[in-house]
Design a protein around this ligand. Structure first.
Ligand code: XMP
Length: 512
């Protein structure tokens, strides 16, 4: 299949470039800046991403483009454009003032195929500290803004550089520009679609798996659910799914999701292991310790169940593309350890099968719809593997989980019932929401004639596109008032409700 290679120089928006290309029904792969796949005959074009570095930084990422130049169309974005100027006879210098934010194109060269159907005045988004003061040898300027003369350049119908970011939402002409590059210049046949993906993946899985038996761990989330339905379409009941209840799922989630899975015709074993998890978590308050215990117990329970399926040859996982991209972790710091299903014991000799490994999250949802998975499963908010355990501050008990489940259920129901102006529901406009029980904090309240001394619950709702950054959702006051009243009136043990108005960074989405 045709593909575009995106060379990653460490920009925060590299993945976004990938998603934009997929929206143009074009397959793309994100590779580290110095790992261009030389012998891949399917590559039809190359994009160089932005970078947190200046081309003059001693640590700046450099790569050899001599083998690509002239052979394949290249589009450099921001640092990508500056880097090409730097190495091909142009000049990059610190911008007098940082060139940041919204700008409009004041000059557009209509002869350039990159700017087809893009008019003067189009809005673009700049974000750089350096600027190109001299374009590369043989290049010509094809777009300018009031403050950035060399906003875009072209060399010989083969190389293009733009100092703005066409991939971000605020570059209103960005989709058109990327389409011009991908479809007109690189010649993409736009053959990457959900229907096509399902058809070819089912064929590939049939060929890969033959008559083998496969085990898959379901979490109730969209990735593992879509992976399971895809696999069952390929191999039917030779797929066995295992769904572990650690006791810290949402209210009624285990039974509701089991019912959904059975409705989808999946062969699922539900394991209620809550007692073991609660016992092992007794008295544990440290967040990382909680995660480690849950991760370890999860592997133990899953393995015990998996071992019973003695003829299994494969372990399938709902790993998606962002989990695998060898992204350049500039800071190298781990903020929180996220647990995934750990490795099965080696003696089981299982091979790994990851049918969604090329998909971004929104593509997983599109594939799910193609497979007729019900909307309430596909549109589900992400939910952390350790579940409500990381939303109870302090030690975990079944009683606290139950209190939190009730509060969380009231909040989530309200979001599902709240209609927005465009006829959708508020739940769908939010990346993720939930309640947090501040079980180590107590405050005074009054109910009827009684003094209360109970715990607060914090509500968290965020907007995001990938959970890397997030903003707190600006929920309607009326909704917050209704949820607060409902929680305090109906959930015993809670006498105060707060709303978390922190963004990520500097906070994180989960409290622990
Ligand atoms: P943070 O709290 O790091 O969360 O901003 C980012 C996203 O990751 C989810 N999350 C987890 N998912 N296991 C998971 O499977 C985990 O241990 C875990 N911790 C956080 C979180 O819900 C959010 O979507």
């Amino acid at each position: 299949m045709q593909k575009i290679i995106i060379l990653d120089f460490g920009s925060q928006t590299t993945q976004l470039i990938g998603r934009r290309l997929r929206e143009l029904d074009t397959f793309c792969e994100i590779m580290p800046y110095n790992k261009f796949p030389k012998d891949d005959k399917d590559v039809i074009g190359v994009i160089l991403s932005g970078s947190p570095y200046s081309v003059y930084d001693p640590e700046a990422f450099q790569c050899d483009l001599s083998d690509i130049r002239g052979r394949l169309p290249i589009l450099g974005i921001c640092y990508g454009a500056q880097y090409m100027s730097h190495i091909w006879g142009g000049k990059v210098e610190p911008a007098g003032s940082r060139e940041y934010g919204r700008q409009n194109l004041t000059k557009v060269d209509g002869r350039s195929p990159l700017f087809k159907d893009i008019d003067m005045g189009a809005q673009v988004w700049m974000s750089h500290g350096d600027t190109i003061t001299r374009i590369p040898e043989g290049a010509r300027v094809i777009a300018s803004t009031a403050t950035v003369e060399n906003a875009a350049y072209e060399i010989d119908d083969k190389v293009w550089g733009v100092q703005f970011h066409p991939e971000v939402f605020h570059s209103l002409c960005g989709t058109q520009l990327l389409k011009n590059f991908v479809v007109d210049i690189c010649g993409s046949r736009q053959e990457w679609s959900a229907a096509n993906f399902v058809e070819t993946t089912v064929q590939e899985l049939k060929a890969q798996l033959g008559n083998d038996r496969v085990i898959l761990g379901l979490s109730g989330g969209v990735d593992s659910s879509v992976a399971a339905v895809l696999l069952s379409k390929a191999i039917g009941n030779r797929l066995t799914c295992i769904f572990v209840d650690h006791g810290m799922l949402r209210k009624n989630e285990f039974s509701d999701v089991m019912r959904d899975y059975e409705g989808l015709g999946l062969n699922v074993i539900g394991v209620d292991a809550s007692e073991k998890f609660f016992k092992d978590l007794e008295g544990v308050t440290e967040p990382e310790k909680k995660r480690k215990i849950i991760g370890r117990d999860f592997v133990e329970v899953f393995n015990a169940e998996a071992k019973k399926i003695t003829d299994a040859k494969w372990l399938a996982q709902g790993t998606i593309y962002p989990d695998r991209i060898e992204s350049l972790n500039i800071t190298g710091k781990v903020i929180k350890s996220h647990h995934n299903v750990g490795g099965l014991p080696e003696e089981m000799h299982l091979s790994l099968c990851e049918p969604l490994k090329w998909l971004f999250k929104d593509e997983v949802r599109r594939v799910g719809r193609q497979l007729n998975i019900p909307e309430h499963l596909i549109g589900r908010h992400p939910f952390p593997g350790p579940g409500l355990a990381v939303r109870i501050l302090g030690a975990i008990t079944p009683e606290k989980v139950q209190v939190l489940q009730e509060a969380d259920d009231i909040f989530i129901r309200a979001l599902r019932n709240w209609k927005t102006d465009d006829g959708d529901i508020l739940y769908n406009k939010i990346w993720q929401a939930g309640a947090i029980l501040l079980s180590e904090v107590k405050s005074v309240g009054v109910m009827g004639d009684e003094r209360t001394y109970e715990n607060p619950v914090a509500l968290r709702a965020v907007t995001s596109t990938d959970a890397m950054t997030a903003d707190w959702a600006h929920l309607p006051y009326e909704l917050m008032a209704q949820v607060s009243t409902d929680i305090i009136n109906k959930v015993k043990g809670v006498n105060r409700v707060c709303y978390d108005i922190s963004s990520k960074p500097p906070s994180t989405i989960e409290w622990e």
